[in-house]
Design a binder for this molecule. Structure first.
Ligand SMILES: NC(=O)c1ccc[n+]([C@@H]2O[C@H](COP(=O)([O-])OP(=O)(O)OC[C@H]3O[C@@H](n4cnc5c(N)ncnc54)[C@H](O)[C@@H]3O)[C@@H](O)[C@H]2O)c1
Length: 259
C-alpha cells in the first residue's frame, strides 16, 4: 500500500463525480487516512458524498477565501494529527461572465474572483498548513487544466490556471527547504459539476476523442487519482514544481490523430 499511515487533507469533494472524490477513494484504498472539506451550501452534499467512500471521513468547513477558515482547519489538524502528509487542492470557481466567450468583456471583479478562488487559494490554503506539512515531508497536489494554450470558453479560468501553475512553482521554491513538495496534475476533461459550468465543455470532449493517443474517458477520474496517489507517496520524493499531464497524451500532439 503506497500511502500506509499517511494522513491527507482532501478539498474539493462535492459529489461522487468530483475528481477529489476519486482521489480520496484511491488514497483510502492505498492505506491513507483522509479528512475532507466542504464549502458553503455544498457542505451537506459533500457529507452525503463522504458516506459513499469506503471509510466515511469527517468533513470540515472551508471557504478557501476566508483566512479564518484556513486557520481553524490548521488548528483542527494540529489537534487531530499533529502533522500532515499531503493536501489535495481541488478548488476552482469563475463567475459566469468570466467564462463562455466573455473574455473581452469580463469585468475585473469577476476575473478577480476567478483568480482568488482558483489560483491565489493554493497559497492561501498551503501557507498556514506548511508547518504541519514540514513535519512529515508533505506533498501538495493541485488540479490544473493545461494553461500553456488558449481554449474556447475557458477565458479567465484559463488565465487563473496559468497563475495556479506559477503559484505551484513559487510554493515549491519556498517550501522545498522544509522538505515539502508542490506539484500540479494537468488533467483531461472530466464530467463534474465544475465542468458543467463551462459553456461549450462538450467541444473539449470531442477534441480529446480526436487527439489523445491513449483515448480518454470523460467519466473516469481514476487515472488522475492514480497520479495523485503517486505524488502523495514517497515514490515521488524527488519531484517538485512539476506539472504532470494526465490527459491521455493530448498535450503532446500537434494536431488530431490520423483516422
Ligand atoms: N472537470 C474537469 O474537466 C477538470 C479538468 C482539469 C482540472 N480540473 C480541476 O479540478 C478541480 C476540481 O474540480 P472538479 O472538476 O472535480 O469539479 P467539482 O465541482 O466536483 O469540484 C470543485 C470544488 O471546488 C469547491 N469550491 C469552489 N469554491 C470554493 C471555495 N471558495 N472554497 C472552498 N471550496 C470551493 C467546490 O465546493 C467543489 O467541491 C478544479 O480545480 C478544476 O478546475 C477539472
Amino acid at each position: 500500500m503506497l500511502l500506509r499511515d499517511k494522513r491527507l487533507l482532501v478539498t474539493g469533494v462535492l459529489t461522487p463525480q468530483s475528481i477529489a472524490f476519486a482521489v480520496a477513494r484511491e488514497a483510502q484504498a492505498q492505506g491513507a487516512s483522509v479528512l475532507l472539506t466542504g464549502f458553503g451550501r455544498g457542505m451537506s452534499i459533500t457529507e452525503k458524498a463522504a458516506r459513499r467512500l469506503p471509510e466515511s471521513p469527517d468533513v470540515l468547513e472551508l471557504d478557501v477565501n476566508e483566512p479564518e477558515h484556513v486557520e481553524r482547519l490548521a488548528g483542527d489538524i494540529t489537534e487531530r494529527w499533529g502533522s500532515l502528509d499531503g493536501v489535495l487542492h481541488a478548488i476552482a470557481f469563475a463567475p459566469e461572465d468570466a467564462l463562455g466567450g466573455n473574455f473581452l468583456t469580463a469585468p475585473w471583479e469577476s476575473a478577480k474572483v476567478a483568480f482568488q478562488t482558483s489560483a491565489y487559494s493554493l497559497k492561501g490554503l498551503v501557507a498556514p498548513l506548511a508547518p504541519l506539512l514540514a513535519k512529515a515531508n508533505g506533498s501538495v497536489v493541485s488540479l490544473d487544466f493545461d494553461a500553456t494554450v488558449a481554449w474556447p470558453a475557458y477565458d479567465w479560468m484559463g488565465v487563473s490556471k496559468a497563475a495556479l501553475e506559477a503559484v505551484t512553482r513559487y510554493l515549491a521554491r519556498d517550501l522545498g527547504r522544509d522538505g515539502v513538495r508542490v506539484n500540479c496534475i494537468s488533467a483531461g476533461p472530466l464530467k463534474t459539476v465544475a465542468a458543467k459550468g463551462i459553456p461549450g465543455f462538450d467541444r473539449f470532449i470531442d477534441s480529446w476523442h480526436r487527439r489523445a493517443p491513449l483515448g480518454w474517458d470523460v467519466t473516469d477520474p481514476g487515472p488522475v487519482a492514480g497520479a495523485a496517489v503517486f505524488l502523495f507517496s514517497d515514490l515521488s520524493r524527488g519531484i517538485t514544481g512539476e506539472i504532470i499531464h494526465v490527459d491521455g497524451g493530448y498535450h503532446a500532439m500537434g494536431t488530431d490523430l490520423p483516422t
